[in-house]
Ligand binder design. Structure first.
Ligand SMILES: [Zn+2]
Length: 441
């Protein structure tokens, strides 16, 4: 069991980024999904107060009581350039304290790492954004172009009460913005001993569905063939076991070519899965970016050991390649069969943008200054971000939360995992890279 480093001498040397990230972790902004959440207001007010000390005028938006997002505009040196949205989300997924080595909401600092729910996803980046702004504005400088800094509520439930709400009801706060950077990209992986960075240039589409099986309610001792639990279990197993075929997109083709070149292998001889596996810790994300996935995540059925319920439900998290949503949904309907009702709870588009252009060049150049010689590779995120909502305003989004990580840290596994933790020096690196990028791009 690790102990809190609170009030220890190490605190005095804590970088501002770690300090802010730790403060944010201590606001339990758990988002349970399906409309249940602890809310983001306290964290949003903390962020707003921080922005005000930098001379900014943050606006707070409540989509519902307790569901607060914060947006502030930072004037740049050249407002004729398109504004860049730099965004994070303030909510986190639930954490089961029994499964963790530390209290997930204490903000423990131990072994050179900051531990806690959100240390990776994504209070780390929230803190890096605030610390980079402090570096730029606090020294009397300005970013190169106008920035729209946004801290959204509700990302972990699809952004309905966060980014989508803001884009739909207050699009004016993003006026003039052409591009965005945010989470799940920019971190380093190790490829055959070589450190490389993944820049997220696309994300899969998502469809969250509920399967409903109906049957006959009866005494648990009866001979019943129309058992809702059995029907549901069969459907869930078929969907969960379905192996979707690999389909390469522009992004994944480009990534595989780059991987082959870094690893010095012939992509004609080494298959996509094998190449993805060679990325080590990132392979979980990358393999999932090569095909559709349909993962059962929640089961609801029954209320008494000796009562057969007349209804059983399951939630399935479907992530398709961009554009494949309707085709996959039709195939899932076929897989589960006509006895199972499918309710689409939430769906959102996939995104894909080219690995090129001025922002990508600036990201590559900036990383090159801070970690010379490390290649930057494009990748398609198997999950989704608030960039989906921003894309409806024509804003091109990238995943770039820069972190230089040790080879032995399985960083991607910590998104929504237990014992989320981030090295303190990676936070400092991220702050420096962001400061550089925002000062010059
Ligand atoms: Zn996230």
């Amino acid at each position: 069991m690790l102990s809190s480093a609170e009030n220890t001498p190490a605190d005095a040397r804590l970088d501002l980024t770690a300090e802010i990230a730790r403060d944010l972790i201590r606001f339990d902004t758990t988002n349970y999904g399906e409309g249940r959440s602890n809310g983001e207001t306290d964290a949003a007010e903390y962020v707003a107060a921080n922005l005000r000390t930098l001379g900014l005028a943050p606006q707070l938006f409540d989509s519902e009581p307790g569901r607060t997002s914060v947006v502030a505009r930072v004037p740049g040196r050249d407002s004729s350039r398109g504004a860049l949205v730099v965004h994070g989300h303030l909510d986190v997924v639930p954490a089961d304290p029994d499964a963790w080595s530390v209290d997930p909401f204490e903000g423990v600092i131990e072994g050179g790492l900051l531990w806690g729910r959100g240390a990776v996803d994504m209070k780390n980046m929230d803190a890096m954004i605030l610390a980079a702004l402090q570096d730029i504005l606090g020294s009397g400088q300005q970013p190169a172009r106008d920035l729209v800094v946004a801290f959204f509520a509700d990302e972990e439930a699809g952004g309905v009460l966060g980014s989508h709400y803001l884009v739909d009801t207050h699009p004016e706060v993003f006026a003039g913005a052409t591009e965005a950077i945010s989470e799940v990209g920019g971190y380093s992986i190790t490829l055959g001993g070589q450190r490389a960075y993944l820049l997220q240039t696309g994300e899969k589409a998502l469809i969250w569905i509920k399967l409903i099986a109906r049957g006959e309610a009866a005494h648990g001792s009866r001979l019943i063939h129309a058992n809702a639990v059995t029907r549901l279990a069969e459907a869930v197993a078929r969907v969960g076991r379905r192996e979707w075929p690999i389909r390469l997109t522009d992004t994944t083709s480009a990534l595989l070519a780059e991987l082959a070149s870094v690893l010095g292998v012939d992509p004609q001889r080494v298959g996509p899965d094998e190449l993805a596996l060679a990325t080590g810790t990132a392979s979980g994300f990358i393999q999932a970016s090569l095909r559709t996935t349909t993962n059962p995540t929640v089961l609801h059925a029954g209320y008494k050991h000796n009562v057969i319920p007349d209804r059983a439900e399951a939630l399935i998290d479907i992530r398709t390649l961009p554009g494949d949503e309707d085709k996959v949904l039709a195939e899932v309907a076929e897989i589960v069969g006509p006895d199972i009702e499918i309710v689409v709870m939430h769906r959102d588009i996939g995104l894909e943008t080219e690995f090129g252009g001025p922002l990508v060049d600036a990201v590559v150049d900036t990383l090159g200054r801070h970690d010379p010689g490390a290649p930057v590779l494009p990748y398609l995120l198997s999950a989704g971000t608030d960039n989906k909502a921003l894309s409806t305003l024509g804003i091109k989004g990238y995943g770039f939360a820069p972190l230089k990580l040790p080879a032995d840290l399985d960083f991607p596994a910590m998104f929504h995992g237990v014992d989320e933790r981030v090295p303190l020096d990676a936070l400092v690196f991220g702050r420096q890279v962001l400061t550089d990028l925002l000062s010059n791009y």
